[in-house]
Design a protein around this ligand. Structure first.
Ligand SMILES: [Zn+2]
Length: 600
């Protein structure tokens, strides 16, 4: 696989790859951009075309084109390999011929199953006409790869095992279930919507029941041809999703992201809807920047914040403007609220597009594309939306005030920017005709009373900040130069010479100790060294000499201090202090020497 990776790296420049995702600007020899992996206003994300790497000074994200695509697209290494190979026009031949690992087999099974369902779909007139009646057109059927799972217990199982796939593997990807040592298909008599990862590989299915038939729990394998038992009273779920598998994590997937990602980036906003059909119709209506949440992803109470962030984080990297398009009933609004709070805490601009109760986007789009356009256009800020509702529904100031605390403050408290917060306080005061002071007081009280746990988007502390003393900053600067190493012969020889004399002065052990301390930050420091000294030979020489002298002095000061402590202790214990005194004298001489060297 190495040679594919090598070829791809040869053909694609890191600047081209990253600038297809972000706006980058030149910064000296390098390029910089606003980091897609943490919130920031000024760019601290640097890209080196020479080295083919990137580094973010804000959050520490670093790597090459593959890790960038992996992180940005929320995919794995193979996913990024696929994307970049396509882009570079490098065929992944060795990859195809190599011994397949399990994950490859899982993807293959999903692909085969998708084709199988697609084929069933094309042969079943009833199913097809149902889908067409929902307003989904032929293009969408093809591009979203809509399929059909037969009303049969083992048709997919038979098909896949005949293709040579192992039962255990088919079970692992959630397509079949085992009961009394017999296998049967999980999806039966369902319209199948494939769920793709962001690179377009099928990782799961969402199956919508085709006919509201009474489905039985388990088949009677005594008669393999047994049809659905009319005596069974189990009503099947309208939608059945794949279980969590090695390829699929329910709480981590946004449907349609593979098709929407470019459009989200280009239009600079995303639309979030709830269902598969809503998603497809919104795309059909021209809103190709629409993604859908899986039924559980945003609404389940138990879903941890981490996975919600992954979910939204993926979208935020494409654009920080997000519109939740949910229906106007209470459940719809509740679902929006939870995800909107997380989006706010991620510093996204959160809008809601509310449509009439009892209707879903599919209904509206089917009636008239223009209506959908109108609803999206009339989006409102999430906080203003709640505020307006309160003002509409309350008569007296006191209940207005109470409801504001209850329903609006939770959103305001998720916002990190104090400017934005105070703008909202102003808006609340204007709309509720309560004084700004009163609102501010209430808000302060609210914040105090809440142990708001919105730390999850706080940036990771840069560990290197811990080394913040004068000595630390000198060391950091020196190792920025050493790790960078210079670009031309002249720079290189200056750095090597001075580094050698530094090692000689302080000793190899001491040098190694400091080196170990800074090694983990080398990628970051290379950029700094380059930024400060590249092409500035005189500055480099002068400053490196100065840094080394100062650093040696600091190190000696530290040493002299600890020797002095020893001497004092020995003095108290009336021990022999001779060797320590000699050592101390030597250190003092060395310090003198440095001072003289500096005078030269
Ligand atoms: Zn960052």
């Amino acid at each position: 696989m190495n040679s594919s990776v090598g070829k791809i790296k040869e053909r694609l420049s890191i600047v081209d790859v990253i600038s297809s995702y972000l706006t980058v600007e030149k910064a000296g020899k390098n390029y910089k951009a606003k980091c897609p992996f943490h919130n920031e206003k000024t760019p601290s994300f640097f890209i080196s075309s020479d080295r083919g790497t990137y580094y973010c000074f804000g959050c520490g994200a670093k790597g090459d084109i593959f890790s960038f695509v992996e992180k940005f697209e929320g995919t794995d290494f193979l996913g990024s390999l696929k994307i970049l190979a396509d882009r570079a026009g490098v065929p992944l031949t060795e990859y195809k011929n190599k011994e397949k690992d399990k994950t490859d087999i899982y993807y293959e099974i999903m692909e085969e199953a998708t084709s199988f369902f697609e084929n069933n779909f094309s042969l079943n007139k009833e199913v097809r006409s149902y889908i067409l009646s929902r307003g989904i057109n032929d293009n969408s059927i093809k591009s979203f790869r809509i399929g059909y799972a037969l009303e049969s217990w083992t048709s997919l199982f038979d098909y896949l095992t005949k293709k040579g796939f192992k039962k255990e593997d088919i079970e692992t990807v959630g397509l079949i279930k085992k009961k009394d040592s017999r296998y049967y298909d999980r999806f039966r008599s369902r319209i199948m919507f494939p769920i793709n990862d962001s690179t377009g590989r099928v990782i799961a299915f969402s199956g919508r029941i085709f006919q509201d038939i009474l489905e039985v729990g388990l088949p009677d394998f005594g008669s393999p041809t047994s049809k659905i038992s009319p005596t069974s009273k189990i009503v099947p779920a309208k939608y059945l999703n794949s279980p969590d598998t090695p390829l699929f994590n329910k709480s981590n997937v946004l449907f349609g992201l593979d098709k929407a990602k470019n459009s989200i980036r280009m239009r600079d906003y995303s639309i979030i809807v709830e269902g598969q059909v809503d998603l497809i119709l919104s795309h059909q209506a021209g809103f190709t920047n629409t993604v859908a949440v899986s039924g559980t992803a945003f609404t389940e109470n138990t879903t941890d914040n981490e996975s919600k962030i992954n979910n939204l984080g993926l979208v935020r990297r494409l654009s920080s403007n997000i519109i939740f398009a949910y229906d106007g009933d209470d459940a719809g609004i509740r679902a929006v609220n939870r995800s909107a709070m997380i989006a706010l805490s991620l510093d996204m601009q959160v809008k809601v597009a509310i449509f009439p109760k009892g209707k879903d986007p599919a209904d509206i789009i089917q009636e008239d594309y223009k209506k959908w356009e109108e609803i999206i256009k009339n989006k409102t800020d999430i906080i203003s939306f709640h505020l307006d509702k309160i003002c509409e529904n309350t008569k007296d100031k006191e209940s207005r005030r109470k409801q504001t605390v209850e329903k609006v403050f939770p959103f305001v408290s998720m916002i990190e920017s104090s400017i934005k917060k105070s703008n909202y306080i102003k808006e609340i005061s204007e709309k509720t005709s309560l004084s700004e002071n009163a609102i501010t007081e209430d808000y302060k009280k609210y914040e105090k009373s809440q142990n708001i746990n919105n730390n999850f988007n706080k940036e990771k502390k840069d560990e290197s900040k811990d080394i913040s003393s004068r000595k630390g900053s000198l060391e950091k600067r020196l190792f920025a130069i050493i790790f960078w190493g210079g670009e031309n012969d002249e720079e290189k020889s200056i750095i090597n010479e001075l580094k050698a004399s530094f090692i000689e002065d302080i000793g190899k052990d001491q040098y190694q100790k400091i080196l170990n301390l800074y090694e983990p930050f080398s990628e970051n420091l290379v950029f700094e060294g380059e930024k400060w000294y590249s092409g500035k030979i005189k500055v480099l020489y002068k400053e490196m000499v100065e840094i080394i002298l100062n650093l040696e002095e600091e190190i000696l000061n530290e040493e002299s201090y600890s020797v002095l402590l020893k001497i004092k202790e020995k003095e108290r214990n009336k021990d022999d202090m001779k060797t320590d005194l000699v050592a101390y004298q030597k250190i003092v001489e060395k310090i003198e020497d440095i001072k003289n060297r500096r005078l030269k």
